[in-house]
Write a protein that binds this ligand. Structure first.
Ligand code: CDP
Length: 788
């Protein structure tokens, strides 16, 4: 797209350098842990070594005798105020601190308040807890088996560990399609529990100012307004009403969905501050973050795909067990307990589909958060992309050809999927074609044949994913009843500079730059003259926050709409100054000129000055506007990724030789930022594909609870990503833009898994669950007699 504005103005399409980076690269960002207040106290948390146990006794005497320790807070203390349990975003309940029993290893058991961080840690170490272990359930299948111990004994009348059943699609039509199918494939796919592992852990500084009767919480949250409302709903009865609460999300070092939920530490810190009237800081350490914060995925999927012999796909059927840990604390839109998993027909024109999901309780921390993914879309994409590949191999067809044959075609948009989504726009064949040309697909297939003859293992994997982002239209999308709109408020100052505030909150995505670029595009005010603010509930307009790549589709659209309102008023001011009718003015970014007399013009800056100095009688002074944008639909970014792997037959190690990623996020605001989003996203897709997994032994002990075992890829493991794009604008978004932040994380794992299976198919391997570790592959090679 050729930019409409000059580089000095810096509207859409300019690779403008990020406005926020000077403070970040100089170490001058303000993260929660940088907040220091006079008289501040520290909180540390005692955690359970057991996954399921009765609490017999908590002995606090030694802790209270530790120098600097002021108090030990237990569930019983919170129970007095009815604050020992709190609601989750999915209307389940979770413990703040337990009174009777713990439900997972590393669960909060008590909190120690002290005058220094070290004293708090010493105090926590001195708390002695007697436990009476209970039977542990970590496998969701066993959790549903008759006779399994019922975990949620707090829920009256709960007789099992089943949370909910949810299904979508036409069961009968799908069953009929399978009954009459010429070819079917069926596969169990496990998508393991993983953790976002953002650079900054979670934490807060809570300060209840008793004089002004106001609670301020600096907090690592992706959704400050929603959190304020939740706090008010939970603690309004003890005086914390919404107008007395201010949530500030300062700079955030990565969120990826993990900073959407409310964690017990936040609540305990607030309670401690309210009780003492002192600021209280709680910051998780790395292991607490990795072991106790909400997890993603953990889906046990059985998928079936039906087709004709010629490769025409006809139907998809999926059954899934969703392991939510001990509570359903997912951050899904309320109507969709399995998130947007039912976008699982992907990029393919399937006529029938049916999907069922059952949520299950186990003795694990809460799961189900998004992890750089629009609510279970990664699980959906992984499933359909694996299944399509399986079908191609089964039929002996090239996986690229089978995809091309079955893609929803450009002329079919807007396209209604078998599961009811209305895809806005797409050109899936165009993206795959471009990826194939860029990587040299035909040549690679020839090379693969030659290598196979020499006993070498090389595989080529494709993932042609469709995303679904921008939650969402208020008729379908809410969280705890809060509709998922988002907002922008613009004020243009007399000198033509501006400030704009949003209901979203960047965690590294570069909103201070890209939002300014959107406004520069719409108003012609240079992006450098526009200050962007997010994250302070006392100043920003109400919004639902940043996750699931919703900022550009929703708040970005709000920016365009609010800018349009500012422009409309500026037009009136220009007409007044130029003494012409509004209809006689022509707009180009930054300037109104008179039709047929272009030398007679007024800049947006002149209009801004007039708004405060020379506005016509009867018009309100000032130049500002606000928009609460309710998107008419979601946006459907897409892409085609091709991955080439070589497998070491001695060690089973998978080496990614090439990875080409073609993304389409509609019109691009900042190409450099989009490229950065795709690079980071690809590495976060590589992570679960080859390295990351949190598992538990049968006693519920976490395996991989530190970075010694939980392998977050670094630059060393990361291959050279070869990225490119196509541009298919969204027809309903005011800027034609779609989201992009999560696309690469969603799309990449299937390309890698497909490449590995492609390398091993001739040996009889049909599927490998991620993470595809050397040990897993080596075992397969040994079983197939390739290695000893
Ligand atoms: O909600 P989140 O910011 O995580 O995701 P996003 O809306 O996909 O945006 C991620 C970053 O990419 C933001 O800085 C966007 O403004 C930028 N972006 C862009 O420049 N052009 C697009 N079409 C989409 C996103």
């Amino acid at each position: 797209m050729t930019p409409r504005t000059s580089p000095e103005v810096g509207g859409m399409g300019h690779s403008m350098r990020r406005k926020e980076d000077p403070r970040f690269i100089r170490g001058k960002g303000t993260y929660v842990d940088d907040v220091e207040l006079p008289g501040m106290l520290w909180l540390d948390i005692v955690r359970s070594p057991y996954a399921h146990a009765k609490i017999v006794r908590i002995d606090t005497a030694k802790a209270l005798a530790t120098p600097g320790v002021l108090a030990v807070i237990t569930g019983k203390d919170l129970e007095k105020y009815n604050l020992h349990w709190m609601p989750t975003l999915m209307s389940d309940t979770q413990m703040v601190l337990p009174v009777d029993k713990v439900m997972y290893q590393a669960q909060e058991v008590a909190a120690v308040l002290a005058t220094s961080r070290y004293a708090a840690a010493d105090g926590a170490a001195a708390v002695s807890v007697d436990y009476d272990p209970l039977p542990v359930v970590v496998d969701p299948k066993k959790a549903l088996a008759p006779g399994a111990p019922v975990l949620r004994t707090d829920k009256k009348d709960k007789k099992d560990n089943h949370i909910w059943h949810w299904e979508w699609g036409d069961r009968n039509a799908t069953d009929r399609a399978f009954d009459g199918a010429e070819v079917t494939v069926k596969q169990d796919i496990y998508i393991p529990r993983i953790h976002v592992s953002s650079i900054e852990t979670c934490g807060c500084v809570a300060y209840f100012d008793k004089v002004n009767d106001k609670l301020t919480v600096w907090m690592t949250t992706q959704a400050p307004h929603a959190i304020r409302t939740v706090f008010a709903l939970v603690a309004g009865h003890v005086g914390l009403e919404e107008h007395k609460i201010r949530i500030i999300s300062p700079d955030i070092g990565g969120g990826f969905g993990g900073k959407v939920p409310v964690y017990p530490g936040y609540v305990i810190a607030v309670a401690a501050s309210v009780l003492t009237g002192k600021p209280v800081k709680w910051i998780e350490d790395r292991m607490e973050n990795l072991q106790a914060d909400s997890f993603a995925r953990d889906y046990h999927i059985t998928a079936e795909l039906a087709a004709k012999k010629d490769g025409t796909l006809t139907a998809l059927r999926i059954k899934t067990l969703a392991d939510h840990g001990y509570t359903d604390a997912a951050a899904n839109p309320s109507k969709f307990p399995a998130g947007l998993f039912h976008v699982c027909t992907g990029s393919y024109d399937l006529k029938a589909a049916h999907v069922e999901v059952d949520g299950v309780y186990t003795n694990k921390p809460p799961g189900g958060i998004a992890y750089r993914c629009s609510f279970r879309v990664t699980e959906a994409v992984h499933t359909i992309e694996r299944m399509v590949d399986l079908m191609a191999h089964q039929l002996g067809q090239d996986p690229a050809e089978l995809r091309m044959k079955n893609f929803v075609k450009p002329e079919q948009f807007p396209y209604k999927s078998a599961l009811g989504w209305e895809y806005d726009s797409g050109n899936y064949g165009g993206a795959l074609q471009k990826a194939m040309e860029q990587i040299g697909y035909a040549q690679l297939r020839r090379e693969q044949v030659e290598k196979r003859q020499r006993g070498q293992l090389m595989g080529i994997g494709i993932s042609s994913f469709t995303e679904i982002v921008g939650a969402g239209p208020s008729k379908h999308f809410d969280i705890l009843g809060l509709k998922m709109f988002d907002s922008c408020e613009i004020r243009v100052h007399p000198t033509g500079k501006a400030i704009a505030r949003f209901g979203t909150k960047s965690q590294g995505q570069g909103h201070e730059t890209t939002y300014a670029q959107i406004l520069a595009e719409e108003l012609g005010i240079p992006a450098k003259d526009i200050q962007i603010e997010e994250g302070d509930t006392d100043t920003a307009p109400y919004g639902l926050g940043t996750y699931a790549s919703r900022s550009t589709p929703v708040a970005g659209a709000a920016a365009a709409v609010a800018a349009g309102k500012v422009r409309d008023k500026a037009r009136k001011l220009a007409a007044h100054m130029l003494e012409v009718a509004e209809e006689d003015l022509v707009w180009e970014p930054g300037k109104f000129s008179v039709k047929g007399a272009p030398s007679k013009s007024k800049t947006i800056q002149e209009c801004a000055f007039a708004a405060y100095t020379n506005h016509p009688q009867g018009m309100e002074a000032g130049l500002e506007a606000v928009s609460y944008y309710d998107p008419p639909n979601l946006t459907y970014p897409f892409g085609s990724y091709i991955c080439v792997v070589d497998i070491d037959t001695g060690t089973g190690e998978v080496k990614i030789r090439r990875f080409v990623a073609i993304d389409d996020c509609g019109n691009i605001i900042n190409p450099m930022i989009v490229e950065g989003q795709v690079h980071g996203g690809l590495t976060m897709g590589l992570a679960p594909a080859l390295y990351e997994e949190i598992s538990y032994d049968e006693n519920g002990n976490i395996q991989g609870g530190s970075f010694i075992d939980y392998l977050v890829p670094t630059a060393v493991e990361t291959p050279k990503w070869e990225v490119g794009n196509t541009v298919t604008p969204s027809p309903h978004h005011p800027l034609g833009a779609k989201g992009v932040g999560e696309s690469a994380t969603v799309g990449a794992p299937a390309a890698i898994a497909n490449a590995v299976v492609d390398a091993l198919w001739h040996l009889g391997v049909r599927h490998v669950d991620i993470p595809i570790t050397p040990a897993k592959v080596w075992k397969l090679l040994r079983d197939k007699g390739v290695t000893e």
